[in-house]
Ligand binder design. Structure first.
Ligand SMILES: NC(=O)c1ccc[n+]([C@@H]2O[C@H](COP(=O)([O-])OP(=O)(O)OC[C@H]3O[C@@H](n4cnc5c(N)ncnc54)[C@H](O)[C@@H]3O)[C@@H](O)[C@H]2O)c1
Length: 351
């Protein structure tokens, strides 16, 4: 098992290893005196893992209740979030109880935001069951739901008490979801030197645990320096500005990581054309994405992408901040006037 400590205002451990769900009751008991635990999950995850988590929590002396919603991004909305809060109220969850998020980024974001809002804030624990949630969404305290106008537009910063990533759960994860998670892993490998070479061959078993721990540790570097995302944490958006636009253009049929892969490839190519990085750097990034069978061509037009990019919540007036690679292990922010976006997208290989 690997442990990474996240150094934020109220720090916490991220534990990564096999079989951690089997011991989750004791682990959660070690960080809280709560008398009740309220599990929030989706049905894809709750069916194989809910019973174990409930039994282990009961075994550690918690009264246990749960709320399970239909899987997928289409559930990440205010209606389901309201239903969760009502269910917590009906179950008489109190401020001193603990919420347990069991699943990928969708249950994690929803449960985190419910925990942030319920009675003005209750503690929560993350049990990520996707690679994406393990390396990204379960760590750092960003919680949110989508609004009709866009993704993650309502939310709060609320750090978990503990993150337990049981890598055994990846065995039931569909291949496409696992592959999608590797796009975020590759993003970290472009941000920080050293990880890139660990990704070929594709890691599994203990090597995958190492890679997850390194990603979490990189995320910790940015989150601990900028907990509320007002500065350097923006670098974690590498590949995401174009990626989010591609995801929206697809009507959310693309998985998040697939869209991020397209965004990473486009920004790497555009950076090479503009002399920000070498052609070799861009080629290495694109080749690694392709090694993981991730998509590197964007099937949408420049006007379609531009329209979505202008909705980006990080746009400030007539400028957009793009994160660009200068080399493997060195990225920076490039402020781009909205009028230059089309040229950037064309340089990124979008037609
Ligand atoms: N809060 C953050 O910092 C942050 C960062 C990145 C992404 N996100 C959010 O995360 C979400 C994407 O996360 P995701 O890809 O984990 O999505 P997800 O939670 O929808 O999981 C993907 C699919 O895999 C299924 N699944 C999950 N674990 C499984 C398992 N072990 N076995 C079988 N099936 C399983 C789910 O039911 C779902 O169908 C997006 O909403 C995105 O906005 C948040």
């Amino acid at each position: 098992m690997k442990t990474v400590h996240v150094n934020v205002s109220r720090g916490y451990d991220v534990r990564i290893g096999q079989g951690l769900l089997q011991d989750c009751g004791r682990a959660i008991r070690s960080v809280t005196d709560a008398s009740a635990a309220f599990i929030i999950s989706d049905e894809n995850v709750f069916v194989p893992y809910g019973r174990t988590v409930m039994e282990r929590l009961q075994g550690a002396g918690f009264l246990v209740d749960h709320y399970v919603f239909p899987h997928g991004e289409q559930s990440k909305n205010l209606r389901v979030w309201g239903d969760i809060l009502e269910a917590m109220c009906a179950a008489q969850v109190t401020r001193s109880d603990v919420v347990v998020a069991l699943g990928g980024g969708v249950p994690g974001d929803m449960a985190g935001f419910a925990a942030a809002a319920y009675q003005r804030g209750v503690d929560f624990v993350q049990l990520p069951t996707t690679l994406l949630a393990a390396v990204d969404s379960s760590v750092g305290g960003k919680t949110a739901v989508d609004l009709k106008g866009g993704k993650n537009l309502a939310g709060a910063f609320h750090q978990p008490l503990l993150v337990l990533c049981d890598t055994d759960t990846f065995r039931t994860l569909p291949d496409r979801e696992l592959t999608s998670g590797f796009a975020e892993v590759i993003k970290y490998a472009v941000l920080e030197d050293g990880l890139f070479s660990a990704l070929d061959p594709v890691p599994s078993g203990e090597a995958l645990e190492d890679v997850i721990a390194r990603c979490v540790s990189i995320k910790n570097d940015y989150v601990s320096a900028d907990e509320f995302d007002r500065g350097c944490r923006a670098l974690l958006n590498l590949g995401h500005t174009v990626g989010h636009a591609a995801e929206a253009c697809s009507g959310y049929r693309l998985l998040h990581g697939e869209a991020v892969a397209m965004g990473l490839a486009a920004i790497a190519r555009a950076s090479a054309v503009r002399g920000i990085c070498s052609a070799e750097t861009a080629d290495r990034i694109v080749a690694l994405l392709q090694r993981y069978n991730l998509p590197t061509e964007i099937p949408f037009s420049v006007p379609e992408l531009r329209r979505e990019m202008l909705r980006d919540k990080k746009r400030s007036g007539s400028e957009l901040n793009l994160i660009v690679p200068e080399a493997i292990g060195r990225c920076r922010t490039e402020t781009v006037p909205v009028g230059d976006l089309d040229a950037w997208l064309r340089d990124g290989g979008v037609s």
